[in-house]
Design a protein around this ligand. Sequence first.
Ligand code: THU
Length: 133
Amino acid sequence: MEYTNKHYEEVRKAQQKAYAPYSGFKVGAYLITKDGRTFHGANVENAAYPSCICAERSALVAAISEGYRPGDFESITITVDSPSLASPCGPCRQVLKELCDDEMPVYMTNQTGEMRASTVDQLLPYGFSGKDL
Ligand code: THU
């Protein structure tokens, strides 16, 4: 499925669920499965800062916890309240590599609705995976 306005509407709803009292930087993620289920993700912060969980991983962990498996995902859309099109952090890229197809689209959006499309492989070229073990 191509990126549509629905992706943006949903990811902005997901972002509103963020728990970000320390950074004030709310991130949303909208994950679509190949069989049409959708999951919202949001960042969940912690007073012990390294325990913060990113929006991308929130969405992926929710889906895996519901029974979805690696390769079941069609796309993920991310949004931030910034002029920049923020892209997933390093650990999130590694989790995307583990759970999603290399060619899966990653749509990065911002507060004004601009969008940049990438893929898991473009975000983590030569990434380490179970195939390397
Ligand atoms: N954050 C995400 O949710 N996703 C990313 O890919 C980068 C950063 C969150 C973590 C933290 O709650 C806040 O953004 C500021 O770093």
